[in-house]
Design a binder for this molecule. Structure first.
Ligand SMILES: Cc1ncc(COP(=O)(O)O)c(C=O)c1O
Length: 408
């Protein structure tokens, strides 16, 4: 028998869906002096202190160290109902399913709605992890462009009507992020939100509203969530504590019609979301930590956003960037001659990690966008990181030449 080795040469009989998918190795991801401006990590300096809540939860070991109830702890479902109430959402415990983060919820929605080949509407660009999850479900994508008001609902209507007229199957789901979209950071207008719900009714699809950044707001007034316009159970709203407390807690929720909640619950095959973590989160909601953390993080990230935009103005001439009113990300238009993937590679060599916009498109990815996160690194890291990116960018520009006359 062959001895197992660290680097296997074994030929496994992979499932088709896993043949071309390999997560980056730890060695490739780790880089001593790399400044992180890619991933949407929380800001480490303001992560909440949860030691008292964790100790109190550990005392309740008959609840917290046991398998938990399928739908989640009742106290947590009630706390989520109260949290949603501040956005004008009326829900009861029966509308809420606790899950292991919003991505888990999207995975469950795919399980209960999609057959391989079913169509799903997404924005172009959209959340790269949603593309991965929808790809696992073997979804067929319908990509709809966005403008400053969010997903273009008139283009969507025309597309749906054309499919209807051609006798083609209509999409079953629409996935979008109305507040501080990942990656564009655009906040969808109220009119578009309302229109999406009308279209969902007219063309018989369900909207998945993924809204993790709604409360990370620096400027401007909020408009109601898409769910607030939903009178017929057309909207599945996803929430998470990842951006309002800490992503390591891995607690999220679904707010939807009870019929959808029951289906999704029956497809939860993980043994339940950790009651220990749920109990900690109940306390953090009840004792005001969530509200305080949102306020602190929002004021810190506003400064980060400004630092990053100033640094981009200085070090990335010829690019454009939209200055968002909230969220974690900036979306950068590169001059067309600059290839984003190549810039990502060169930026890594300069010591800064960024994301190529190509990853954020479900289909036909254009190569001239970058996503930068200002959430994780402090202002010094942001400024130094953009400076390093600027060196890689300047080198590429001098090689490709040509006019690069976009204004920041
Ligand atoms: C659009 C979007 N949805 C959801 C999440 C968070 O998912 P989870 O709750 O699984 O951590 C993120 C985090 O980056 C996100 O950008």
């Amino acid at each position: 028998m062959n001895q197992p080795t660290n680097q296997s040469t074994q030929r496994y009989r992979w499932a088709k869906r896993a043949r071309d998918t390999v997560a980056p190795s730890v060695a490739a991801a780790a880089h001593g002096n790399l400044i992180e401006l890619g991933g949407g990590y929380d800001f480490p300096d303001t992560l909440p202190d949860i030691v008292p809540e964790a100790m109190a939860a550990a005392e309740l070991k008959r609840e917290t160290l046991q398998y938990g109830p399928l739908y989640g702890l009742e106290d947590l479902r009630d706390a989520i109902v109260d949290y949603l109430c501040q956005d004008g959402i009326t829900a009861t415990r029966e509308n809420i399913l606790v899950v292991n983060g919003a991505k888990h919820a999207l995975d469950l929605a795919c399980r209960v709605f999609l057959e391989p080949g079913d169509s799903v509407i997404v924005a172009a660009p959209t959340y790269m992890n949603a593309v991965r999850i929808l790809n696992h479900a073997e979804a067929h994508f319908i990509s709809i462009p966005q403008d400053a008001e969010g997903m273009d609902t008139e283009i969507l209507r025309d597309c749906l009507q054309a499919r209807h007229d051609a006798g083609e199957p209509l999409p079953k789901l629409l996935f979008d992020m109305p507040d501080f979209h990942n990656p564009t950071a655009i906040a969808m207008s109220a009119a578009r939100r309302e229109r999406l719900v009308e279209l969902a009714t007219d063309y018989d699809f369900v909207i998945i509203e993924d809204d993790p950044y709604r409360h990370i707001r620096f400027d401007g007034e909020p408009v109601p969530p898409i769910k607030a316009f939903d009178k017929n159970g057309r909207v599945i709203s996803l929430g998470t504590v990842s951006k309002i407390l800490a992503p390591g807690l891995r607690i999220g929720w679904v707010n939807a019609d009870p019929a959808i909640i029951r289906r999704m619950a029956s497809h939860k095959s993980d043994g339940g979301t950790s009651p220990l973590l749920q109990r900690i989160v109940v306390q953090l909601f009840r004792n005001g930590t969530v509200g305080r953390h949102i306020a602190t993080l929002s004021s810190v990230l506003r400064v980060h956003r400004d630092a990053m935009i100033d640094a981009i103005r200085e070090h990335l001439p010829g690019t454009s960037v939209y200055s968002p009113n909230g969220g974690y990300f900036l979306w950068i238009w590169l001059p067309p001659q600059i290839d984003a993937d190549e810039l990502v590679r060169r930026a890594a060599n300069e010591g800064v990690s960024i994301i190529s916009g190509r990853l954020c498109f479900a289909e036909e990815p254009p190569g001239s966008f970058l996503r930068l996160a200002y959430s994780f690194s402090g202002t010094t890291g942001i400024v130094e990181g953009v400076k390093r990116l600027g060196r890689a960018y300047a080198a590429m520009r001098s090689e490709v030449g040509g006019p690069t006359n976009r204004l920041v």
